[in-house]
Design a protein around this ligand. Structure first.
Ligand code: GUN
Length: 292
């Protein structure tokens, strides 16, 4: 078994981005600028956004964090988005999800100028991805594909089973892996809560992408020996022995699955750091107008 070190891979990519940014600055161009809107005080979202701000510093980007209380009205949020759309100084921005229930995530996402949608959630970017046009790729799927590529893991013709059908991970990663490029060219099956005989599917898989948000869901009896396991789970499980009061738990029973697979991502330190890296890559592309 070989461990896929997402943390080290992400560090290498951020160093590459930082070098590009310093070159841009030396040429008299401005630093890329990412803005983030954070609504409320959800622990997970606070951590993710803090990590995104930190990654911006590491890459030499400017960052702006705009905060709202969770009582904010949708119209106020849409006004903030309109201001960011119009602000030529901001290259790209994200609205951290989830949002409070009284706010429509789809209305918010669709209010973002797709040319600044560095999360790749706007229907224009989703549609362009699905037909293979240049676009901002969603961060987690792009990070997964980059991890496979940088580790030289063969995907052509591979049977790939995706567990989970979310708009953020399951659906887009399935699309990327079936596209005609490298890494890609997989035969993809997407499984979800209504799938019958789940184990029948997973036991055939050369690559399993676990993105359901159920700690320890993928057990050794579901895995073909030699398979590649990508664990996207990041459930926060209470753990009083930690300073933070919780630990991150993946969707894979790592202890029992790791010995039988060829490659596996740990949690934490696997897909998570790559996700933030993809956001930085998208922001750099936005600042350099390489897509739009
Ligand atoms: N919530 C969980 N993942 C993401 C992400 O990639 N982007 C945003 N904006 N919110 C998220």
């Amino acid at each position: 078994m070989k461990l896929i070190d997402g943390k080290a891979t992400a560090e290498a990519i951020k160093a590459e981005i930082a070098a590009t940014v310093e070159q841009m600055v030396a040429e008299g161009r401005k630093r890329p600028h990412l803005a983030a809107i954070l609504v409320g005080h959800d622990g997970g979202s606070e951590t993710y956004v803090a990590n995104k701000v930190k990654a911006c510093e590491r890459c030499g980007f400017r960052s702006t964090l705009i905060r709202f209380e969770d009582t904010v009205e949708e119209t106020q949020l849409l006004e903030a988005i309109a201001r960011l759309n119009a602000d030529a100084d901001v290259d790209g921005f994200i609205v951290q999800l989830p949002l409070p229930r009284h706010i429509s995530e789809q209305r918010v996402i669709q209010a973002i100028d797709y040319r600044k949608d560095v999360d790749g959630f706007h229907p224009v970017n989703v549609g362009r991805m699905s037909i293979g046009l240049p676009c901002f790729l969603p961060a987690t799927p792009a990070g997964i594909v980059e991890l496979l590529g940088r580790h030289g893991i063969p995907t052509k013709g591979a049977e790939c089973v995706v567990l989970g059908r979310s708009n953020i991970v399951g659906k887009p990663v399935a699309q990327l892996l079936m596209q005609k490029h490298n890494p890609g060219d997989c035969t993809v099956t997407v499984c979800h809560s209504a799938t019958r005989d789940l184990k029948e599917h997973t036991r055939r898989a050369d690559i399993i992408i676990a993105a359901l948000g159920q700690p320890g869901f993928v057990t050794a009896d579901m895995v073909k020996p030699g398979a590649v396991i990508i664990d996207v789970g990041t459930t926060r499980v209470p753990d009083p022995s930690r300073k933070s009061g919780f630990r991150l738990c993946g969707d894979v029973d790592f202890e029992n699955v790791a010995p039988i697979c060829s490659w596996i991502t740990p949690v934490p330190g696997g897909v998570g750091p790559m996700t933030i890296c993809s956001l930085m890559q998208n922001t750099l592309l936005a600042a350099r107008h390489e897509i739009y």
